[in-house]
Design a protein around this ligand. Structure first.
Ligand code: ME8
Length: 515
């Protein structure tokens, strides 16, 4: 399978430091990107920051600093977070970059030149939520104490200004046809139904420029207008692969994107506006959008006023990147909301990584070190228990593969952990330490099969806990080029006689931090 694979995260607003919701999306998307590379596919993985819009302007004003300074400061934090989480992104895009201004103006011109005249001038009169950077109809709002609120809970303000519009109303049928012909375009399924009924309800034209501030990408040929932040934000996905140069190698290879990973609050932008913009510009539409859920902390919404905002940098410092990654990938059903609590992380990581995977590796490798001259032992014929384990591990990898094809990351990690438990049971039942005296040949076989099982399961774990899984594979002397899924499926790839390094524990048990 050599088909290229292009995957993106949403680009985050750098109006504040990153929080664990941002970290979560990065981690999940990275696991998907790494998995595809393990399949042998050429992957392009893009993440970045969404730096225009009124929210940035207002935050900078509150802090008394220039917007550019706010953007620079926080974009650096997002970039640093990506590095600390051990992300394998190929690029990090900032929407304030020159290349992105060019791409945004190019797609604008294409939409403007479309045969139905998709861009036209008029006056926008309506409600705007700065926090959501989104327009709302009167009937989407709730009212309290004379104020009006968007579904997100953010207060809306009345806006009246001359702007350019995008003829979204002309795209209803085309979008419904897109969803119809591509049943996998929107995942999870419930989200798809929501969007279909939204579009069936009728689409209104969309205001796509602003005139009351200038922090944005200038509308080509229209003094005083900057693009509505979402027009430029969505365009990042094509800027990242070289647009407007449609003949560039990157663009030809990777566009249309295989997958946009986003949170559930921005589905409409990605499954209604974005494909409509692309169709209007005559560009192919992305293949799929997966909307993950939202994270809460100790069962509560994260908020500055509750003081429960978790700093992802602190988490990485406390537990290490792999522990943080693993917790979210295993604990949260991808697509559903999830909850973070220190205790849950510690319990999950200790149970699955330290006690299960780490234990299996450490016990088998230290026995090999002591009893087999520090070399991969030779193995004899298979007993039914050996065959059973071998089969179970192969099936677990296949189950994980199927799950990852649909981004069901928690199911993939779950299947691997179940197989690891079986391997631990196998090891305990075979009692290699007792065989040492009675049947050393059989002991060697049991140790071989256990070590080979660690190899087979550590390879897919590279997607989830890349640094730790790589350390395990080093202890098994598995060459880099052999760390791919097609070779994880195959048993007996460890070569008897291969010298192994002195084993070292890879997963330390975590302690719950003091409050
Ligand atoms: O929406 N739990 O930026 P953003 C999980 N710039 N995910 C969360 C979350 C939470 N508590 N809070 C936010 C934007 N997210 C736009 C995107 S894309 C062209 C432009 C997710 O910084 C959110 O759903 O508000 C989104 O996918 C991402 O983090 C960035 O959110």
């Amino acid at each position: 399978m050599t088909k290229p694979f292009y995957v993106t995260t949403a680009i985050s607003y750098p109006n504040g430091a990153p929080h664990i919701g941002h970290a979560y999306e990065m981690i999940a998307t990275d696991a998907i990107a790494r998995w595809k590379r393990l399949e042998g596919r050429e992957v392009y993985f893009l993440t970045g920051t969404d730096e225009h819009g009124i929210k940035m302007v207002q935050t900078a004003a509150k802090e008394g600093i220039p917007v550019r300074e706010l953007a620079d400061r926080n974009a650096a934090e997002f970039r640093k977070l990506a590095a600390e989480l051990n992300l394998s992104n190929d690029d990090f895009i900032r929407t304030t970059e020159q290349r992105h201004h060019e791409a945004s103006q190019a797609i604008w011109r294409k939409m403007e030149a479309s045969s139905n005249g998709d861009i036209f001038q008029s006056t926008y009169k309506g409600w705007y939520s700065v926090r959501d950077e989104a327009y709302f109809d009167e009937d989407e709002l709730t009212e309290k104490d004379g104020k009006r609120f968007a579904p997100s809970g953010a207060e809306v303000e009345w806006v009246e200004e001359p702007t350019y519009f995008f003829r979204l109303s002309a795209y209803g049928d085309k979008l419904l046809e897109l969803y119809e012909q591509n049943p996998d375009f929107i995942a999870p399924k419930e989200r798809r139904n929501e969007i279909i009924s939204f579009v069936k309800g009728g689409l209104q034209d969309l205001s796509i420029s602003r005139t009351t501030f200038d922090w944005g990408i200038p509308v080509p040929g229209a003094n005083g207008h900057v693009m509505y932040v979402w027009v430029d934000a969505l365009t990042n996905y094509i800027t990242g692969v070289g647009y407007p140069d449609e003949e560039s190698e990157l663009f030809k290879k990777f566009w249309p994107a295989d997958l946009h990973v986003i949170g559930k609050d921005i589905i409409r932008f990605h499954t209604v506006y974005w494909p409509a913009f692309l169709m209007s510009a005559g560009l192919p539409v992305q293949h799929r959008v997966f909307a993950h859920g939202f994270l809460t902390v100790d069962g509560q919404k994260m908020s500055k006023s509750l003081g429960n905002v978790i700093d992802p940098f602190e988490l990485v410092e406390m537990f290490g990147a792999d522990a943080v990654r693993y917790f979210f990938l295993r604990e949260v059903s991808f697509g559903n909301d999830g909850d973070y609590a220190h205790e849950k992380l510690v319990n999950r990581v200790n149970a699955d990584l330290a006690n299960n995977l780490g234990n299996l590796a450490q016990r088998s490798l230290s026995m090999i070190n002591k009893n087999c001259d520090g070399k991969v032992p030779a193995f004899g014929h298979a007993t039914p228990a050996d065959e059973q384990l071998e089969k179970e591990v192969g099936e677990a990898i296949q189950t994980a593969q199927k799950a990852m094809d649909e981004q069901l990351i928690h199911e993939a990690t779950g299947a691997l952990i179940v197989a690891l438990s079986s391997a631990n049971n196998y090891f305990a039942a075979q009692e290699p330490w007792a065989l040492k005296k009675t049947d050393p040949e059989r002991m060697a076989t049991v140790l071989y099969r256990t070590a080979d099982t660690v190899r087979r399961l550590a390879i897919p774990m590279l997607a989830f806990v890349p640094a730790s899984a790589a350390r395990l594979l080093e202890q098994l002397a598995v060459p880099e080029e052999d760390r791919i899924l097609p070779l994880a499926i195959v048993p007996h790839r460890l070569q008897p006689g291969t010298e192994l390094p002195v084993p070292q524990g890879v997963f330390a048990r975590l302690e719950k931090p003091a409050e």
